[in-house]
Design a binder for this molecule. Structure first.
Ligand code: B12
Ligand code: SF4
Length: 468
């Protein structure tokens, strides 16, 4: 299946194995298995980011899956209510995942564990982007995905020869990715706080290259994918575990549709399974009716699309080549015809934003009956080209506020006050009762309706101060 493509992927992303005793030999030589504590820290943001149900953290589950082969694992997710201990004496290794919005908390935990003499690992997108900053809060920073450095890292942990930084020069092909073991999250006493949607991964990377996104920095221009049969096998295993066909999956891929041939073949396979699914998707070929047709047939009930802006100047500056304004309506119509709801992402706060950007966005959402519009303020994340451009203008480096719901810098044409005024007005207009009815009437009664009512209550309380 797509053998040619997979071979190319194999040859461009080779793996490097170092000499010396094998991991099995090192493991066999351990008197007792080392104890790892894996931590998903909570963010301190004032916004609704980590509230309600949260998705199972596939990143930490992947770390647990690999590490559990040789080490004992304790898995804590602070977002679900697990308590992070003050005393780490029962553990040898404390491994923490971090994005920017929870970096301050991750560092605090790292400092505490380090002061107690533990091996502290920091991984995830924020330590990857700012390894020098992260290095002072841990023993080792892991750059990018753990799979690519696992052999070297595990060997060093066995031998007590830790380096301050682990970065592989190659990315491992995804064809032999170990399937994630969800028992670490599912056996948690707080598992009820996890969303019913099962995270799944088919591809990694996205060569589109938007200036505000970290993915091109972490993975460069690479785009890797798993064999379709392996993705389908993983889905089947969940169907068997849960004893039902209609299992709901959420793809964690950066851009699952980047290779049309692969994507369509995957969907044809999924159509036979009877699952339900959603994904982040870029607009690159959603204007073609056959894509939405097979997506609908394969069980897609929601697609999350970064429309980002209705202002062509802004699309140009963010380098989002996949978004062509002339395709927006066609893409939406194609999806709606196949009963796929749309979670549409829109960003504001760019230098080129003006009052017309808000009106154009409102008109687009209402005319096209977008079911679940999400509005954010543009946030220059460290390590991105956009951060480099804006670093002298950002209002602060308070990572707790890097959640895309805080006011980051004064946009040149609009100014801060007008930005927030229009931003709030747009959200209220789109989520007022009559607008919800106009957008949602005749659509299936499900959680998307519920989200709209929640947003109606939430947007009524918005004030400019909460964004500061
Ligand atoms: C799917 C996704 C979501 C989903 C699910 C999130 C979730 N709970 O996992 C949803 C839609 C809910 C979401 C929400 C948000 N997201 Co999001 N999301 C992603 C996306 C596309 C994939 C994440 C993923 O699961 N990948 C698959 C896993 C297996 O890979 P991974 O996370 O990279 O983990 C690997 C390595 O990092 C490493 N690793 C990770 N942790 C650790 C720890 C240790 C100890 C070690 C050794 C290694 C290690 O090994 C892992 C396995 O290979 C990423 C882009 C990306 N590629 O990171 C953005 C991304 C993480 N999201 C981003 C943002 C901004 C958000 C939101 C703030 C948006 C919003 N305003 O709502 C929220 C925040 C949610 C939260 N509480 O964290 C940004 C974060 C930027 C930053 N610097 O922090 C990213 C990077 C996209 C971007 N713009 O660049 N997101
Ligand atoms: S299309 Fe999405 S994943 Fe790809 S670079 Fe742009 S924002 Fe990142």
């Amino acid at each position: 299946m797509l053998a040619e493509d997979l071979q190319t992927a194999e040859s461009t992303v080779s793996r490097s194995d170092s000499a010396g005793p094998s991991l099995e030999q090192l493991a066999a030589a351990q008197k007792t298995r080392k104890k790892w504590l894996l931590i998903q820290p909570k963010s301190q943001t004032s916004m609704m980011v980590d509230s309600g149900t949260v998705s199972m953290p596939l990143n930490l589950i992947m770390v647990a899956t690999l590490a559990s082969k040789y080490f004992d694992i304790t898995f804590l997710d602070e977002r679900t209510g697990d308590t992070i201990p003050q005393d780490f004496s029962g553990f040898d290794v404390v491994a923490i995942t971090s994005r920017t919005l929870n970096a301050t908390n991750a560092y605090r935990i790292g400092d505490r564990a380090k002061a107690q003499g533990k091996i502290v690992l920091l991984g995830g997108v924020h330590p990857t982007m700012l390894h020098d900053e992260a290095a002072s809060h841990c023993t080792s920073v892991i750059y990018g995905e753990i799979e690519s450095v696992w052999d070297e890292l595990a060997r060093d942990i066995f031998q007590g020869t830790m380096k301050s930084f682990y970065k592989s020069s190659d990315l491992r092909p995804m064809t032999n990715m170990t399937p994630p073991d969800f028992s670490f999250a599912l056996n948690s006493p707080h598992a009820k706080k996890y969303s019913q949607l099962i995270p799944i991964l088919a591809t990694k990377g996205c060569p589109v290259g938007c200036s505000f996104c970290t993915t091109p920095t972490v993975y460069g221009k690479s785009y890797r994918y798993r064999e379709i049969d392996l993705v389908l096998d993983e889905m089947r295993a969940h169907q068997e575990r849960l004893g039902k066909e209609k299992v709901r999956f959420s793809f964690m891929d950066d851009n699952i549709s980047f290779r049309p041939k692969y994507f369509m073949e995957l969907l044809e396979g999924m159509a036979k399974l009877g699952v339900r699914w959603n994904a982040n998707i870029s607009m690159n070929f959603l204007h073609k009716p056959e894509v939405a047709e097979v997506a609908g047939r394969s069980g897609c009930d929601l697609m999350s699309i970064g429309f980002e802006s209705l202002n062509p100047d802004i699309l140009k500056t963010m380098n989002k080549g996949s978004n062509r304004l002339q395709n927006y309506e066609t893409a939406v119509n194609n999806l709606h015809k196949n009963k796929i709801a749309i979670q549409g992402y829109f960003m504001f706060g760019f230098d080129d934003d003006n009052e017309k950007s808000f009106q154009a966005t409102y008109d687009f959402i209402m005319q096209n009956r977008i079911e679940f519009p999400v509005f954010s303020l543009v946030t220059p994340f460290p390590g991105t080209p956009y951060f480099e451009e804006m670093k002298d203008r950002v209002r602060h480096l308070d990572w707790d506020k890097y959640d895309t719901y805080h006011y980051m810098f004064e946009p040149k044409k609009l100014g801060g006050e007008k930005l927030l005024e229009n931003f709030i007005k747009l959200q209220r207009e789109v989520y007022k009762g009559s607008a919800i009815m106009k957008r949602m009437q005749g659509k299936p009664v499900n959680w998307v309706w519920f989200v709209n009512f929640l947003m109606n209550r939430f947007t009524r309380k918005l004030t400019p101060e909460i964004y500061l």
